[in-house]
Design a protein around this ligand. Sequence first.
Ligand code: GDP
Ligand code: MN
Length: 387
Amino acid sequence: MDLLEYQGKQLFARHGLKVSDGKAVTSVEDAVAAANEVGYPVVVKAQVLIGGRGKAGGVKLAADEAQAREHAGNILGMDIKGHLVRTVWIEHASDIASEYYASVLLDRQALQPLVMFSVEGGVDIEEVAEKTPEKLIRHHVDALAGLSREEAAKIATDGGADADVIDGVADALVALYEVWLEEDATLAEINPLIITPDRQVKALDSKVSLDGNALYRHPDNQGLSDRENEDPIERRAKDEGVQYVKLDGDIGILGNGAGLVMSTLDVVAQAGGSPANFLDAGGGSDAEKIKQAVDLLLANDAVKAVLFNIFGGITRCDEVAKGLIAAFESIKPSVPFVVRLDGTNDVAGRKLLQEAALPNVHAAKTMNEAAEMVVALAAGKPVGAPA
Ligand code: GDP
Ligand code: MN
Protein backbone atom coordinates (compact mmCIF):
# COMPACT_ATOMS: atom_id res chain seq x y z
CA MET A 1 0.00 0.00 0.00
CA ASP A 2 1.63 3.20 -1.19
CA LEU A 3 1.29 6.35 0.86
CA LEU A 4 1.00 9.90 -0.33
CA GLU A 5 3.94 12.15 0.50
CA TYR A 6 2.25 13.88 3.41
CA GLN A 7 1.10 10.59 4.92
CA GLY A 8 4.62 9.21 4.72
CA LYS A 9 5.87 12.37 6.40
CA GLN A 10 3.40 11.84 9.22
CA LEU A 11 4.97 8.43 9.83
CA PHE A 12 8.43 9.99 9.63
CA ALA A 13 7.50 12.57 12.25
CA ARG A 14 6.19 9.83 14.54
CA HIS A 15 9.68 8.30 14.52
CA GLY A 16 11.55 11.53 15.08
CA LEU A 17 12.54 12.48 11.55
CA LYS A 18 12.39 16.22 10.93
CA VAL A 19 9.74 17.31 8.44
CA SER A 20 8.00 20.63 7.81
CA ASP A 21 4.55 21.17 9.23
CA GLY A 22 1.88 21.62 6.64
CA LYS A 23 -1.67 20.96 5.59
CA ALA A 24 -3.32 18.67 3.05
CA VAL A 25 -6.15 20.45 1.24
CA THR A 26 -8.43 19.79 -1.71
CA SER A 27 -9.55 23.28 -2.78
CA VAL A 28 -7.82 26.48 -3.83
CA GLU A 29 -9.45 28.46 -1.02
CA ASP A 30 -8.24 25.96 1.59
CA ALA A 31 -4.80 25.98 -0.02
CA VAL A 32 -4.59 29.76 0.31
CA ALA A 33 -5.77 29.60 3.93
CA ALA A 34 -3.17 26.90 4.66
CA ALA A 35 -0.43 28.94 2.98
CA ASN A 36 -1.33 32.00 5.06
CA GLU A 37 -1.21 29.83 8.15
CA VAL A 38 2.15 28.12 7.57
CA GLY A 39 3.73 31.38 6.40
CA TYR A 40 5.46 32.39 3.15
CA PRO A 41 7.33 31.24 1.23
CA VAL A 42 5.39 28.00 0.93
CA VAL A 43 5.68 25.04 -1.34
CA VAL A 44 2.55 23.69 -3.04
CA LYS A 45 2.87 19.96 -3.72
CA ALA A 46 0.65 17.63 -5.72
CA GLN A 47 -0.25 14.52 -3.69
CA VAL A 48 -0.25 11.64 -6.14
CA LEU A 49 1.22 8.16 -5.97
CA ILE A 50 3.83 8.77 -8.64
CA GLY A 51 7.34 10.18 -8.56
CA GLY A 52 8.76 13.05 -10.60
CA ARG A 53 6.07 15.50 -9.56
CA GLY A 54 8.57 18.34 -9.55
CA LYS A 55 9.51 17.85 -13.20
CA ALA A 56 5.84 17.55 -14.14
CA GLY A 57 5.05 20.95 -12.60
CA GLY A 58 3.39 19.50 -9.53
CA VAL A 59 5.75 21.12 -6.97
CA LYS A 60 5.87 24.93 -6.89
CA LEU A 61 7.22 27.55 -4.52
CA ALA A 62 4.96 30.48 -3.71
CA ALA A 63 6.26 33.71 -2.23
CA ASP A 64 2.89 35.25 -1.45
CA GLU A 65 -0.83 34.65 -1.41
CA ALA A 66 -1.31 35.44 -5.10
CA GLN A 67 1.28 32.87 -6.10
CA ALA A 68 -0.12 30.30 -3.68
CA ARG A 69 -3.54 30.77 -5.26
CA GLU A 70 -2.13 30.52 -8.77
CA HIS A 71 -0.10 27.37 -8.11
CA ALA A 72 -2.84 25.62 -6.15
CA GLY A 73 -5.25 26.43 -9.00
CA ASN A 74 -2.88 24.98 -11.56
CA ILE A 75 -1.90 21.88 -9.60
CA LEU A 76 -5.33 20.83 -8.30
CA GLY A 77 -6.94 18.91 -11.14
CA MET A 78 -3.62 18.45 -12.91
CA ASP A 79 -2.93 15.10 -14.53
CA ILE A 80 0.50 13.73 -13.60
CA LYS A 81 1.28 10.64 -15.67
CA GLY A 82 -2.33 9.51 -15.47
CA HIS A 83 -2.78 10.46 -11.81
CA LEU A 84 -5.38 13.14 -11.14
CA VAL A 85 -4.34 15.59 -8.43
CA ARG A 86 -7.16 15.91 -5.89
CA THR A 87 -5.07 16.94 -2.91
CA VAL A 88 -2.21 19.37 -2.48
CA TRP A 89 0.11 19.59 0.48
CA ILE A 90 1.13 23.06 1.58
CA GLU A 91 4.20 23.42 3.75
CA HIS A 92 6.50 26.23 4.72
CA ALA A 93 9.30 26.19 2.14
CA SER A 94 12.72 25.10 3.32
CA ASP A 95 16.03 26.64 2.40
CA ILE A 96 18.29 24.03 0.91
CA ALA A 97 22.07 23.78 1.12
CA SER A 98 22.35 20.15 -0.05
CA GLU A 99 20.05 17.41 -1.25
CA TYR A 100 20.90 13.87 -0.11
CA TYR A 101 19.14 10.56 -0.64
CA ALA A 102 18.25 7.81 1.84
CA SER A 103 16.17 4.67 1.69
CA VAL A 104 15.53 1.39 3.47
CA LEU A 105 14.07 -1.68 1.84
CA LEU A 106 14.32 -5.43 1.95
CA ASP A 107 16.93 -6.96 -0.33
CA ARG A 108 15.19 -10.21 -1.14
CA GLN A 109 18.25 -11.74 -2.76
CA ALA A 110 20.53 -11.01 0.18
CA LEU A 111 17.73 -11.80 2.63
CA GLN A 112 18.66 -8.66 4.54
CA PRO A 113 17.45 -5.11 5.00
CA LEU A 114 19.29 -2.70 2.74
CA VAL A 115 20.05 0.91 3.59
CA MET A 116 20.98 3.15 0.69
CA PHE A 117 22.46 6.59 0.98
CA SER A 118 23.85 9.17 -1.40
CA VAL A 119 24.84 12.81 -1.30
CA GLU A 120 23.55 13.05 -4.87
CA GLY A 121 19.89 13.37 -3.89
CA GLY A 122 17.03 15.34 -5.36
CA VAL A 123 17.60 13.78 -8.76
CA ASP A 124 16.54 10.46 -10.18
CA ILE A 125 18.37 7.97 -7.98
CA GLU A 126 18.27 5.26 -10.67
CA GLU A 127 20.46 7.55 -12.75
CA VAL A 128 22.97 7.89 -9.91
CA ALA A 129 22.97 4.11 -9.48
CA GLU A 130 23.62 3.61 -13.16
CA LYS A 131 26.09 6.36 -14.01
CA THR A 132 27.98 6.83 -10.74
CA PRO A 133 27.31 3.73 -8.67
CA GLU A 134 30.20 4.60 -6.34
CA LYS A 135 28.10 7.56 -5.15
CA LEU A 136 25.30 5.32 -3.91
CA ILE A 137 26.21 3.55 -0.68
CA ARG A 138 24.50 0.19 -0.23
CA HIS A 139 24.71 -1.22 3.26
CA HIS A 140 23.14 -4.47 4.41
CA VAL A 141 21.86 -4.58 7.96
CA ASP A 142 21.81 -7.54 10.32
CA ALA A 143 18.05 -7.85 10.75
CA LEU A 144 18.30 -9.16 14.29
CA ALA A 145 20.75 -6.53 15.50
CA GLY A 146 19.11 -3.64 13.66
CA LEU A 147 20.87 -0.52 12.43
CA SER A 148 23.18 0.90 15.07
CA ARG A 149 24.04 4.56 15.38
CA GLU A 150 27.73 3.75 14.66
CA GLU A 151 26.82 1.86 11.50
CA ALA A 152 24.61 4.73 10.37
CA ALA A 153 27.40 7.24 10.98
CA LYS A 154 29.74 5.09 8.90
CA ILE A 155 27.21 5.01 6.05
CA ALA A 156 26.98 8.80 6.17
CA THR A 157 30.77 9.15 6.23
CA ASP A 158 31.35 6.62 3.46
CA GLY A 159 28.73 8.38 1.37
CA GLY A 160 30.56 11.67 1.68
CA ALA A 161 28.12 13.60 3.86
CA ASP A 162 29.50 16.92 5.12
CA ALA A 163 31.45 16.37 8.34
CA ASP A 164 29.25 18.66 10.43
CA VAL A 165 26.06 16.77 9.54
CA ILE A 166 27.30 13.18 9.98
CA ASP A 167 25.49 12.97 13.32
CA GLY A 168 22.29 14.44 11.94
CA VAL A 169 22.33 12.14 8.93
CA ALA A 170 23.05 9.12 11.14
CA ASP A 171 20.06 10.03 13.32
CA ALA A 172 17.92 10.33 10.20
CA LEU A 173 19.05 6.94 8.90
CA VAL A 174 18.34 5.26 12.24
CA ALA A 175 14.90 6.89 12.35
CA LEU A 176 14.18 5.86 8.75
CA TYR A 177 15.19 2.30 9.54
CA GLU A 178 12.83 2.40 12.51
CA VAL A 179 10.00 3.62 10.25
CA TRP A 180 10.68 0.77 7.86
CA LEU A 181 10.85 -1.86 10.60
CA GLU A 182 8.19 -0.77 13.05
CA GLU A 183 5.58 0.32 10.53
CA ASP A 184 6.00 -2.87 8.47
CA ALA A 185 6.99 -0.83 5.44
CA THR A 186 8.31 -2.49 2.31
CA LEU A 187 10.00 0.76 1.30
CA ALA A 188 10.88 3.93 3.17
CA GLU A 189 12.61 6.51 1.00
CA ILE A 190 13.58 10.16 1.37
CA ASN A 191 14.54 12.07 -1.74
CA PRO A 192 15.69 14.65 -1.05
CA LEU A 193 16.92 14.44 2.50
CA ILE A 194 18.00 18.04 2.78
CA ILE A 195 20.64 19.88 4.72
CA THR A 196 19.42 23.38 5.49
CA PRO A 197 21.79 26.37 5.58
CA ASP A 198 21.60 26.19 9.40
CA ARG A 199 22.70 22.55 9.10
CA GLN A 200 19.52 20.77 10.02
CA VAL A 201 18.76 17.42 8.40
CA LYS A 202 15.20 17.20 7.15
CA ALA A 203 12.99 14.99 4.99
CA LEU A 204 11.65 17.16 2.17
CA ASP A 205 9.86 14.33 0.43
CA SER A 206 8.72 10.82 1.34
CA LYS A 207 8.00 7.62 -0.46
CA VAL A 208 6.60 4.94 1.81
CA SER A 209 4.95 1.64 0.91
CA LEU A 210 3.38 -0.35 3.70
CA ASP A 211 2.88 -4.09 3.65
CA GLY A 212 -0.88 -4.44 3.26
CA ASN A 213 -0.79 -7.89 4.83
CA ALA A 214 0.63 -6.43 8.04
CA LEU A 215 -1.88 -3.58 8.28
CA TYR A 216 -3.88 -5.41 10.90
CA ARG A 217 -1.00 -4.76 13.26
CA HIS A 218 -1.23 -1.02 12.66
CA PRO A 219 -4.69 0.31 13.35
CA ASP A 220 -3.33 3.86 13.02
CA ASN A 221 -2.24 3.20 9.45
CA GLN A 222 -5.39 1.55 8.22
CA GLY A 223 -6.97 4.84 7.20
CA LEU A 224 -3.97 5.87 5.11
CA SER A 225 -4.78 4.23 1.80
CA ASP A 226 -5.49 6.67 -1.00
CA ARG A 227 -9.20 5.90 -0.87
CA GLU A 228 -10.37 8.78 -3.01
CA ASN A 229 -8.30 7.61 -5.92
CA GLU A 230 -9.23 3.99 -5.53
CA ASP A 231 -11.71 2.42 -7.86
CA PRO A 232 -15.03 2.63 -5.96
CA ILE A 233 -15.91 -1.02 -6.65
CA GLU A 234 -12.46 -2.22 -5.57
CA ARG A 235 -12.92 -0.15 -2.45
CA ARG A 236 -16.27 -1.75 -1.75
CA ALA A 237 -14.80 -5.21 -2.31
CA LYS A 238 -11.99 -4.45 0.11
CA ASP A 239 -14.49 -3.29 2.72
CA GLU A 240 -16.43 -6.51 2.26
CA GLY A 241 -13.28 -8.61 2.44
CA VAL A 242 -13.51 -9.89 -1.12
CA GLN A 243 -10.61 -10.28 -3.55
CA TYR A 244 -11.70 -8.23 -6.55
CA VAL A 245 -9.66 -6.71 -9.35
CA LYS A 246 -10.92 -4.40 -12.06
CA LEU A 247 -9.67 -4.83 -15.62
CA ASP A 248 -10.68 -3.14 -18.89
CA GLY A 249 -12.66 -5.79 -20.78
CA ASP A 250 -16.33 -6.74 -20.79
CA ILE A 251 -16.53 -10.18 -19.15
CA GLY A 252 -17.04 -10.54 -15.42
CA ILE A 253 -15.26 -13.52 -13.90
CA LEU A 254 -15.82 -15.33 -10.66
CA GLY A 255 -13.83 -18.32 -9.56
CA ASN A 256 -12.83 -19.87 -6.28
CA GLY A 257 -9.15 -19.92 -5.47
CA ALA A 258 -6.44 -17.75 -7.00
CA GLY A 259 -5.11 -20.52 -9.26
CA LEU A 260 -8.48 -21.27 -10.81
CA VAL A 261 -9.25 -17.58 -11.28
CA MET A 262 -5.92 -17.02 -13.04
CA SER A 263 -6.42 -19.93 -15.39
CA THR A 264 -9.99 -18.78 -16.06
CA LEU A 265 -8.60 -15.41 -17.17
CA ASP A 266 -6.23 -17.29 -19.46
CA VAL A 267 -8.85 -19.46 -21.12
CA VAL A 268 -11.15 -16.48 -21.62
CA ALA A 269 -8.29 -14.58 -23.26
CA GLN A 270 -7.50 -17.64 -25.37
CA ALA A 271 -11.12 -17.78 -26.51
CA GLY A 272 -10.74 -14.18 -27.69
CA GLY A 273 -12.45 -12.51 -24.75
CA SER A 274 -11.37 -9.75 -22.45
CA PRO A 275 -12.14 -9.79 -18.70
CA ALA A 276 -13.77 -6.71 -17.14
CA ASN A 277 -12.91 -7.83 -13.64
CA PHE A 278 -12.32 -10.90 -11.61
CA LEU A 279 -13.34 -11.98 -8.22
CA ASP A 280 -11.96 -14.75 -6.11
CA ALA A 281 -14.73 -16.14 -3.96
CA GLY A 282 -12.13 -18.12 -2.02
CA GLY A 283 -12.74 -21.37 -0.23
CA GLY A 284 -15.97 -22.29 1.48
CA SER A 285 -18.20 -19.67 -0.15
CA ASP A 286 -21.75 -19.89 1.03
CA ALA A 287 -24.89 -18.65 -0.69
CA GLU A 288 -24.66 -15.19 0.91
CA LYS A 289 -21.11 -14.70 -0.29
CA ILE A 290 -22.04 -15.69 -3.83
CA LYS A 291 -24.87 -13.17 -3.83
CA GLN A 292 -22.49 -10.49 -2.69
CA ALA A 293 -20.04 -11.51 -5.43
CA VAL A 294 -22.68 -11.24 -8.16
CA ASP A 295 -23.54 -7.79 -6.87
CA LEU A 296 -19.91 -6.71 -7.08
CA LEU A 297 -19.32 -8.20 -10.54
CA LEU A 298 -22.36 -6.41 -11.92
CA ALA A 299 -21.53 -3.10 -10.26
CA ASN A 300 -19.18 -2.58 -13.20
CA ASP A 301 -21.27 -1.29 -16.13
CA ALA A 302 -18.79 -2.59 -18.68
CA VAL A 303 -19.73 -6.20 -17.91
CA LYS A 304 -21.68 -7.74 -20.81
CA ALA A 305 -21.54 -11.38 -19.66
CA VAL A 306 -20.41 -13.23 -16.55
CA LEU A 307 -18.52 -16.48 -16.17
CA PHE A 308 -18.84 -18.49 -12.98
CA ASN A 309 -16.12 -21.07 -12.82
CA ILE A 310 -16.34 -23.09 -9.63
CA PHE A 311 -14.34 -26.10 -8.72
CA GLY A 312 -15.91 -27.51 -5.61
CA GLY A 313 -13.57 -28.59 -2.86
CA ILE A 314 -14.35 -26.99 0.47
CA THR A 315 -16.75 -24.88 -1.52
CA ARG A 316 -19.86 -26.89 -2.30
CA CYS A 317 -21.38 -26.46 -5.74
CA ASP A 318 -24.93 -26.72 -4.37
CA GLU A 319 -24.19 -23.74 -2.08
CA VAL A 320 -22.90 -21.79 -5.05
CA ALA A 321 -26.03 -22.66 -7.03
CA LYS A 322 -28.21 -21.54 -4.12
CA GLY A 323 -26.30 -18.29 -3.92
CA LEU A 324 -26.73 -17.70 -7.61
CA ILE A 325 -30.45 -18.38 -7.42
CA ALA A 326 -30.79 -16.02 -4.44
CA ALA A 327 -28.78 -13.40 -6.29
CA PHE A 328 -31.03 -13.65 -9.33
CA GLU A 329 -34.10 -13.21 -7.12
CA SER A 330 -32.86 -9.97 -5.62
CA ILE A 331 -30.63 -8.51 -8.34
CA LYS A 332 -32.25 -9.70 -11.59
CA PRO A 333 -29.14 -9.33 -13.73
CA SER A 334 -29.62 -8.00 -17.24
CA VAL A 335 -26.57 -9.80 -18.66
CA PRO A 336 -26.13 -13.50 -19.46
CA PHE A 337 -24.27 -15.86 -17.13
CA VAL A 338 -22.29 -18.97 -17.97
CA VAL A 339 -21.87 -21.37 -15.09
CA ARG A 340 -19.47 -24.25 -14.83
CA LEU A 341 -19.77 -26.26 -11.65
CA ASP A 342 -17.41 -29.12 -11.03
CA GLY A 343 -16.29 -31.00 -7.91
CA THR A 344 -18.01 -31.31 -4.54
CA ASN A 345 -21.79 -31.63 -4.93
CA ASP A 346 -21.67 -30.56 -8.58
CA VAL A 347 -24.54 -32.82 -9.61
CA ALA A 348 -26.77 -31.37 -6.90
CA GLY A 349 -25.70 -27.85 -7.87
CA ARG A 350 -26.49 -28.33 -11.54
CA LYS A 351 -29.83 -29.88 -10.66
CA LEU A 352 -30.75 -26.86 -8.52
CA LEU A 353 -29.88 -24.51 -11.36
CA GLN A 354 -31.83 -26.54 -13.86
CA GLU A 355 -34.91 -26.58 -11.64
CA ALA A 356 -34.67 -22.86 -11.00
CA ALA A 357 -34.56 -22.24 -14.76
CA LEU A 358 -32.94 -18.86 -14.28
CA PRO A 359 -33.34 -16.63 -17.30
CA ASN A 360 -30.19 -16.17 -19.31
CA VAL A 361 -28.06 -18.64 -17.35
CA HIS A 362 -26.13 -21.18 -19.41
CA ALA A 363 -24.46 -24.30 -18.09
CA ALA A 364 -21.06 -25.38 -19.38
CA LYS A 365 -19.36 -28.70 -18.79
CA THR A 366 -15.74 -27.74 -19.23
CA MET A 367 -13.70 -24.63 -18.68
CA ASN A 368 -12.95 -24.24 -22.38
CA GLU A 369 -16.58 -24.61 -23.33
CA ALA A 370 -17.52 -22.08 -20.65
CA ALA A 371 -14.95 -19.60 -21.96
CA GLU A 372 -16.17 -19.92 -25.56
CA MET A 373 -19.76 -19.49 -24.48
CA VAL A 374 -19.14 -16.40 -22.39
CA VAL A 375 -17.06 -14.78 -25.13
CA ALA A 376 -19.87 -15.39 -27.64
CA LEU A 377 -22.49 -14.05 -25.24
CA ALA A 378 -20.47 -10.93 -24.48
CA ALA A 379 -20.31 -10.31 -28.22
CA GLY A 380 -24.09 -10.60 -28.38
CA LYS A 381 -24.10 -13.96 -30.18
CA PRO A 382 -26.53 -16.69 -29.23
CA VAL A 383 -25.26 -19.93 -27.69
CA GLY A 384 -26.81 -23.36 -27.11
CA ALA A 385 -29.50 -24.41 -24.68
CA PRO A 386 -29.81 -22.54 -21.38
CA ALA A 387 -29.21 -24.32 -18.06
P1 GDP B 1 9.23 14.81 -6.58
O1 GDP B 1 9.61 15.59 -7.79
O2 GDP B 1 7.95 14.10 -6.78
O3 GDP B 1 10.32 13.90 -6.13
O4 GDP B 1 8.96 15.89 -5.40
P2 GDP B 1 9.93 16.49 -4.27
O5 GDP B 1 9.13 16.66 -3.06
O6 GDP B 1 11.17 15.68 -4.14
O7 GDP B 1 10.27 17.92 -4.82
C1 GDP B 1 11.01 18.08 -6.01
C2 GDP B 1 12.05 19.17 -5.86
O8 GDP B 1 11.40 20.39 -5.55
C3 GDP B 1 13.01 18.94 -4.71
O9 GDP B 1 14.09 18.11 -5.09
C4 GDP B 1 13.46 20.35 -4.41
O10 GDP B 1 14.53 20.70 -5.27
C5 GDP B 1 12.25 21.18 -4.74
N1 GDP B 1 11.57 21.53 -3.49
C6 GDP B 1 10.60 20.84 -2.86
N2 GDP B 1 10.28 21.42 -1.68
C7 GDP B 1 11.09 22.51 -1.57
C8 GDP B 1 11.26 23.51 -0.56
O11 GDP B 1 10.64 23.52 0.51
N3 GDP B 1 12.19 24.48 -0.81
C9 GDP B 1 12.92 24.49 -1.95
N4 GDP B 1 13.82 25.47 -2.11
N5 GDP B 1 12.80 23.57 -2.91
C10 GDP B 1 11.89 22.58 -2.72
MN1 MN C 1 11.36 13.56 -4.42
